[in-house]
Ligand binder design. Structure first.
Ligand code: NFE
Ligand code: MG
Length: 596
């Protein structure tokens, strides 16, 4: 576990500075700077979002019923989740209830996202931090086959199958065109897997790449397309006609059967490929439990997947709501999204200005006014920065805080909170995983813990998909086919002023949209996004963000091949598109720096 440092005043900036920019295999533009001590251990970390997009400003003056379509363009990765958050915020402001079918279909769309996004993160964004593709060429395919058959009954497991995969990878490597496998630190000593396990993981990387596109067909059925399925304030925009298989654009029995079959294949892939691979890989990295978890081990979840319709109480959320401070699993704090003293965003170290920067703002009062200035200790200029000045403004991310604490959000937060609450469907899989790996509960607060929680959640989501699919079919068969409530569609029925908050648990963590409506138009709109929490810069008190905290204490085997930095950052599944929600006003490049 990393040393417990939460305040920038205690950080050591004297050592060699390593810069990684851009961090790849994420969404958006992230820069990371660290200082190393004489043993190449990270003693100071700086995380900077280098892109700004200004969606909160674009929304002002618009019809709140359209906000979902704009906010959804914040990101095409956690696609749909900003739209869902937005329709919830507007419904909350205007007191709109949605029909049961819409409620179920929204959950199905959100659970589908978890399953697909987590699968893609594990294999395509994170696995290569642990898996050495080039080493797979040395594997004995027979050995890989034996391992595959020992850990799972997934049918693609013969020696010949793995030999074919190995031949494909060899042709890639020999051609010198590594494609998706280029620019990595192959042969780095921090890779620990035997060649046979590397080959297994490479095979499943390719299989998962193919399969993930199947999962999102569910979005195309209920939302018309992916990315960016369609949404509707008051319900969902899909018609139901279960009796007419030929009805254009409607959800009919044929499509429901397709959804059912995709769900079953998703459960099978996650439980027979993803989870066994996760456990097999983790078993070689059991000592890799440093470099993870907020230094204060503070986690936050808003909760999601409401069980009953139109009930946003904490008790109704299947993914639990709560907050844990200092890693104290004996106390799960309540979270109040409307309380002006709980969630506040600060900009002291962010490229924005407030009238009084010593005070944060609750999102309903939130201000998004860009102010790109470089600190006196910045090395370089606006077009070519060698080192940022973390004593000044240094990121396009604001710094959200919950009751003054920097919080980590995401699957780890959700699963730790479910665990601490003693909810069996969270506690049992976590205990089993820890027992199987022979690790203590404290190991959860690590890069490995984050990655494991995401895998458990993918399986949880796939199984919950099955349950909600069955609920939808039962409803439809009982003759209930309503999907939208248009009672309050006419703005004349709205109050002059209204405030609402909508939340989801996006794949990467707690997501909230706060809307203020005046005379039928958006007066203010603020999104506080998962990677804004995790990738947050310092606050006025010097408290560092979750990425920064997680990097502290991480040793680098080879400083100019910072594989371990990628491991730590990727374990959060960063999305800077979401979190900074412009290019420079003219689209110019603001920062360009290469590794070292
Ligand atoms: Ni752009 Fe997103 C998720 C949201 S992240 S991926 O998950 O909201 O910060
Ligand atoms: Mg924001």
């Amino acid at each position: 576990m990393s040393s417990q440092i939460a305040n920038s005043a205690q950080l050591d900036r004297s050592g060699q500075r390593i810069v990684v920019d851009p961090v790849t295999r994420i969404e958006g533009h992230l820069r990371c700077e660290v200082n190393l001590d004489e043993n190449n251990v990270i003693r100071n970390a700086v995380s900077s979002g280098t892109m700004w997009r200004g969606l909160e400003i674009i929304l002002r003056g618009r019809d709140p019923r359209d906000a979902w379509a704009f906010t959804q363009r914040i990101c095409g990765v956690c696609t749909g989740t900003h739209a869902l958050t937005s329709v919830r915020a507007v419904e909350n402001a205007l007191g709109i209830q949605i029909p049961e079918n819409a409620h179920i279909i929204r959950n199905i769309i959100q659970l589908t996202l978890y399953a697909q996004d987590h699968l893609v993160h594990f294999y395509h964004l994170h696995a290569l931090d642990w898996v050495d593709v080039v080493s797979a060429l040395k594997a004995d395919p027979k050995g890989t086959s034996e391992i595959a058959q020992k850990i799972s009954d997934w049918p693609l497991s013969s020696p010949g199958y793995f030999r074919d995969i190995q031949d494909r990878v060899r042709r890639f490597v020999e051609s010198g065109q590594l494609g998706p496998f280029s620019n990595a630190y192959w042969g780095h000593p921090a890779y620990r897997l035997p060649p046979e396990v590397n080959l297994l993981a490479v095979a499943h990387y390719l299989e998962a790449l193919d399969f993930q596109k199947e999962i999102v067909k569910i979005h195309t059925i209920y939302g018309g397309k992916n990315p960016h399925p369609n949404w509707l304030v008051g319900g969902v925009p899909c018609a139901i006609n279960i009796h007419d298989t030929g009805a254009v654009g409607a959800v009919n029995m044929e499509r429901l059967n397709l959804v059912g079959s995709i769900i079953e294949r998703t459960i099978e892939f996650i439980d027979k490929v993803y989870l066994p691979d996760l456990m097999a890989i983790a078993s070689f990295y059991k000592d890799w439990i440093y470099g993870g978890g907020l230094s204060s081990r503070a986690v936050l979840s808003y909760g999601d997947i409401p069980d009953r319709a139109n009930d946003d109480s904490a008790e109704n959320q299947l993914l639990p709501r709560g907050a844990i401070i200092n890693g104290n699993l004996n106390e799960v704090h309540k979270v109040d999204l409307r309380n002006p003293n709980e969630i506040r965003e600060f900009v002291t170290h962010s490229w924005y200005s407030y009238t009084d920067e010593s005070k944060g703002l609750h999102p309903w009062e939130g201000v998004t006014e860009p102010n790109f200035v470089l600190g006196p200790n910045t090395r370089g200029d606006k077009t070519r920065i060698e080192a940022l000045d973390e004593g000044a403004k240094y990121s396009w991310l604001k710094a959200p805080r919950w009751r003054g604490h920097a919080m980590e959000v995401g699957p780890l937060a959700r699963w730790v909170i479910g665990y601490a609450k003693g909810i069996p469907e969270f506690k049992e899989p976590v205990d089993k995983t820890l027992t199987d790996l022979g690790l203590p509960v404290s190991a959860l607060f690590s890069a490995l813990g984050r990655t494991a929680a995401r895998g458990l959640e993918a399986s949880w989501a796939a199984h919950k998909l099955r349950a909600f699919h069955q609920r939808l079919i039962a409803n439809l068969k009982a003759g209930n086919t309503a999907t939208a409530n248009t009672d309050k569609w006419d703005p004349k029925t709205w109050p002059k002023t209204a405030k609402g908050v909508g939340t989801t648990e996006a794949p990467r963590g707690a997501l909230g949209h706060w809307v203020v409506i005046e005379n039928g138009k958006i007066a203010n709109y603020q999104a506080v996004v998962p990677t804004t929490w995790n990738g947050s810069p310092r606050d006025p008190k010097g408290n560092i963000g979750a990425f920064e905290a997680a990097l502290l204490g991480t040793p680098l085997a080879i400083p100019d091949q910072p594989l371990e930095i990628l491991r730590v950052l990727h374990s959060f599944d960063p999305c800077l598109a979401c979190s900074t929600h412009l290019m420079g006003p003219g689209g110019e490049e603001l920062i360009r720096v290469r590794v070292r």
